[in-house]
Structures are given as structure tokens and as C-alpha cells.
Write a protein that binds this ligand. Structure first.
Ligand code: NAD
Length: 511
């Protein structure tokens, strides 16, 4: 079988050149739908990582001096290139990350919208002025690029995270070094070729594959001004420490454990449909996957029955097959971890109402890393399955007396990425929006991703630091405010040294 597959040689891209992994180890790239090896990925050394940073640092002066409309031309070209190559980009994600092909298309489409948002950078990065802060003195704020930013992606959103970091970072005039996940590098391999094809100048975007060594090299590299990550919370904390010690900016989105609250007036069909998409989409490997479902007693039993009935109908198979619903999880280790959580849930006394271990599969996918829909009922908030991020298609149903109990559970949880409520009652709706202790709230929509014009990010342990992605927040992160105080001097006026100085002028120069 193996010799029939065309192997993908993943390469670094540094200073405008594809670089084959001649002086570093490689790891196999695996198709999780079949467990077949489909390529190899360089595990780049710190030296290679630093070479990419140097290339980005050399490119920075020319790139930030490039007139803004010319920089924006490249962003518009990225937008068109992605539209023209949407299918190829989506197929890459469906192959190595094994995201279902329709969801992979959805991910690329969302990135196209993010690039559209990045096209508004010239408006979003306009500074401010204030006239007449003293006689003949004006104040001004300019938003300037900073230099070389670096970014790290998780395995589960190879396109989205490219979209969150790179278009705005380079539109604002910075240059970039990007490390995709070694488990899903194919999207960036294809995307980088598109950036080459549109003529993006050498060194503006560089790609280095590998693991933490690539990232750790950035902490003490004097050219790196900031590091962004989307990944698990322990990784976000490790990067915060390394960057904090060395005075680098950070934007660090971490892990999640999301609650859905179903009230007595929840529209049941909509509720079930949204849970299937949100809980089993990407096989539960989403930072916005629903995981804990808090249900009031009035509808609990009917809800569980409907959920089980719908979950049993979910079909599993190759992520590139449009006729199946759900693909595998990313790796054998990920599968073992989810199975361990199922065991832990049973041991804690939760009822395993639907067991997704050893699901029915097409013959070609027998070796893939599959877990079917799994539903626990009788879950309590202190059980590990309700507290920890499982990152698989496992749902925990928790019976709650009222909205206050559900809100308290959400508040008490360490994570705070997203939460949503299903109700038709405006009192519940407003209360939930105001009181749910999370960064992103949904009403009658599965845990939903805010539109690219709005900030995306959690709170509590789901965000390390305070910087979020998308919209104006991204532009603010990738620029620095420089404040200028400007006195207008009339060259025809005589020497003013002996004139009495206005008190407001003194205050401008004294502090
Ligand atoms: P991960 O934290 O294991 O890895 C993320 C990236 O960091 C990878 O590129 C990896 O090579 C690198 N890395 C790992 N350890 C590192 C270290 N010590 N120092 C520096 N870099 C390191 O995460 P993952 O398993 O690839 O992705 C899943 C996680 O990402 C989940 O926790 C999920 O919730 C989270 N996630 C969050 C969001 C969000 O918006 N908050 C979005 C997607 C994924």
C-alpha cells in the first residue's frame, strides 16, 4: 500500500527559498484516516529557526517602508489566490489533519473572510491627533509596525491560525516566522507556495517546521519582538514565561472546555442539530467544541433520548469522503487519551449512555484513529470528564436545577473560552450574555466563532495575557502606539527665549 502513496516532502521556507531538511531529523506525516505514512516533516534545529528570524529581520526595513497601498495589494492578492485554490487548500487539511472535507472547506472559507478583514487594515491602523493641547502644540499618535513576529499553530486549525496571525501582521508592516504543527503541515506548504506565486518579497513570511525547539530559539533572539500561539494552556504558559523573561510581546490563546445550557424552552430540533455539529465536528477537536451540556429537569429525559438517537446515526470514515459525518482524531496518542477519559468517566460513576470505542468503520479505515460519538449522563461538575479538556467526540450531560446553577458551574470552571444557551426567553438570554464567565457567548447557536471583524478569544485559563485575535484587537497587537508632541514654530518669528512661557506649555515639557 505504502509505495502507492505519493510522499509529501515538507520543506522549510526561508528567505524566499524552499529548504529541504538536509541537516535535521524528520518525523513521518500520517493520514489519521488510514494510519498510512504520507510524508515527512523536518524537526528543525534552533539554528534553522534563527536563520528564519534573521531573514525576516533583513526583510523588515524594506517591507515596513513599502507604501501601505502597495503592501495592501499583496493582501488583496492573497484573498484572490485563496479563493481560486480553496479546494486544494481544503483537501490538504482533510488529508493530514483529517478534518471532514466540508469542515475543511468551511475553515478555508473563514480564513478568506479573515483576509477580507485584513484588507481593512489601513483604516484600522489610522492614528489619532489632538489639536491645540497648548498654544501652537499638537499631539499625535501613530501606529507603527514593530519588526519580526513569530507564530505557532496547533494541529487542529492549520488554516485558521495562519489567517489569524499572518495577514494582519504583514499588512501592518511586520515580517513573520511561522511554525505549523508537525501533525498538520500540508496547508501551510500549499499556502506558502501561493504567497510565492503572488510575488510576496523574500523574507516577509518564513516557515519553519518542527517542535518546541524552534519556538524556544525565539525567546533570546534579539530580532524577535513578539510571539503568538494558538495551542494548549500549558504551551501558552511556557511561551509566556520564555517571552516574559526576554521582554517579548505575546498573544496566547489556550485550551478550552465549553458549556452549552439548554433551558426548558430550548428549540429542540435546533439544539440537537447544533450539538451534533459542535460536539462531533472535527471529531470534537475544536477549541469551540461543546463538551459539557447543562440541561434543566423539564427537558432532560427527552433531550437525552433525542441526543442518543441522533448520535447513533453518525457515520465514521475517511475525512475526505463527503458522505460520512465524522473523521478520526489526529493520532494514536490522541485516541488513547480520549479512550482513557472514557474509562475515567465510568470509574467516576457517570453513566456511559453511548460508548464510542471500537466504532463500525469502512474496511479502508480500520487502522485509522477513530472514536465514535460518546455520551455520558449523570455527570457532576467535579468529575474529571467535566473539568478537563478531552478533545474528542465525548459529551457530558449534567442535570441543573436552573440557569443560576448553570452559570455558577461556568464561573467555577478554570477555562473560559465559549459558552452558549438555547432558549427563547429574553430574560435568560440577557442574563446569560451578562453573567456567563467566558470570552465568547452564543445564543441559540452552537459554541460559535465570532466573525473576523470582532475579537476572538477566551478568558481565565483559555487566554494567557490579554491579547485576542481578529479585528481591531489584532491590528493593535501587531502595532505600537508612538505619541508625538509637536510645537509649530513660525520661522519668521524673532527669538522667543525671553518671553514669559505659558503654563500649559510648561506642562508639556516638564513631565
Ligand atoms: P499543543 O499546545 O500541544 O501544540 C501547539 C503548538 O505548540 C504546536 O505547534 C507545538 O509544536 C508547539 N509546542 C508544544 N509544546 C511547546 C512548548 N513547550 N513550547 C513551545 N511550543 C510548543 O496543542 P495542540 O495539541 O497542537 O492543539 C490543541 C490545543 O489547542 C487544545 O488545547 C485546543 O483547545 C487549543 N486550541 C485553542 C484555540 C483557541 O482559539 N483558544 C484554537 C485551536 C486550538
Amino acid at each position: 500500500m505504502g509505495n502507492m502513496i505519493e510522499l509529501n516532502q515538507i520543506k522549510n521556507f526561508i528567505n524566499g527559498e524552499w529548504v529541504a531538511p538536509s541537516d535535521c531529523e524528520t518525523v513521518p506525516l500520517i493520514n489519521p484516516s488510514t494510519a498510512e505514512i504520507i510524508g515527512e516533516v523536518p524537526m528543525s534545529t534552533p539554528e534553522i529557526s534563527n536563520q528564519a528570524v534573521e531573514a525576516a529581520a533583513r526583510a523588515f526595513p524594506g517591507w515596513c517602508a513599502t507604501p501601505l497601498p502597495r503592501r495592501m495589494n499583496y493582501i488583496f492578492k492573497i484573498y484572490h489566490a485563496m479563493q481560486e485554490n480553496l479546494e486544494e487548500l481544503a483537501q490538504a487539511i482533510a488529508l493530514d489533519q483529517a478534518k471532514h472535507i466540508s469542515e475543511a472547506r468551511g475553515e478555508v472559507s473563514r480564513v478568506i473572510e479573515i483576509v477580507q478583514m485584513a484588507c481593512s487594515t489601513p483604516t484600522l491602523m489610522q492614528g489619532e491627533t489632538i489639536q491645540g493641547i497648548a498654544p501652537n502644540i499638537n499631539g499625535r499618535v501613530i501606529k507603527a509596525p514593530l519588526g519580526v513576529f513569530c507564530g505557532v499553530a496547533p494541529f487542529n486549525f492549520p488554516a485558521l491560525v495562519f489567517g489569524w496571525f499572518i495577514p494582519v501582521a504583514i499588512a501592518t508592516g511586520n515580517t513573520f516566522v511561522y511554525k505549523p504543527s508537525s501533525e498538520s503541515p500540508l496547508f501551510m506548504q500549499k499556502m506558502m507556495q501561493l504567497l510565492v506565486d503572488i510575488g510576496l518579497p523574500s523574507g516577509v513570511v518564513n516557515v519553519v517546521h518542527g517542535d518546541r525547539e524552534v519556538v524556544e530559539a525565539w525567546y533570546e533572539n534579539e530580532h524577535v519582538v513578539g510571539v503568538c500561539l494558538v495551542g494548549s494552556t500549558p504551551t501558552a504558559r511556557a511561551i509566556a514565561e520564555g517571552c516574559g523573561r526576554n521582554g517579548k510581546k505575546t498573544m496566547l490563546l489556550g485550551g478550552a472546555k465549553n458549556f452549552l445550557v439548554a433551558m426548558e424552552d430550548a428549540p429542540m430540533d435546533l439544539l440537537i442539530e447544533n450539538i451534533l455539529m459542535s460536539g462531533y465536528g472535527s471529531a470534537g477537536q475544536r477549541c469551540l467544541a461543546v463538551s459539557n451540556i447543562a440541561v434543566v429537569p423539564e427537558i432532560h429525559d427527552e433531550f437525552v433520548e433525542r441526543l442518543l438517537e441522533a448520535s447513533r446515526k453518525i457515520t465514521l470514515g475517511d475525512a475526505r469522503d463527503p458522505d460520512i459525518f465524522m473523521g478520526p482524531v489526529i493520532s494514536a496518542q490522541a485516541k488513547a487519551k480520549v479512550e482513557e477519559y472514557i474509562r475515567v468517566g465510568v470509574e467516576a460513576g457517570a453513566t456511559l449512555a453511548l460508548d464510542g470505542r471500537n466504532p463500525a468503520l469502512p474496511d479502508a479505515n480500520r487502522d485509522g484513529y477513530f472514536i465514535g460519538p460518546t455520551v455520558f449522563t449523570d455527570v457532576t461538575p467535579c468529575m474529571r470528564i467535566a473539568k478537563e479538556e478531552i478533545f474528542g467526540p465525548v459529551l457530558s450531560v449534567i442535570k441543573v436545577g436552573c440557569i443560576n446553577t448553570a452559570l455558577k458551574m461556568i464561573s467555577d470552571h478554570d477555562m473560559g473560552n465559549g459558552a452558549c444557551i438555547f432558549t427563547q426567553n429574553s430574560y435568560y438570554t440577557e442574563k446569560f450574555i451578562n453573567e456567563a464567565d467566558v470570552g465568547m457567548v452564543g445564543v441559540n447557536v452552537g459554541i460559535c466563532a465570532p466573525h473576523p471583524y470582532l475579537p476572538f478569544g477566551g478568558i481565565k485559563d483559555s487566554l494567557v495575557g490579554n491579547n485576542k485575535v481578529q479585528g481591531k484587537d489584532s491590528v493593535d497587537f501587531f502595532t505600537q502606539n508612538k505619541t508625538a508632541t509637536v510645537r509649530i514654530v513660525n520661522p519668521k518669528e524673532t527669538d522667543a527665549t525671553n518671553k514669559p512661557v505659558d503654563a500649559s506649555v510648561r506642562s508639556c515639557v516638564a513631565s
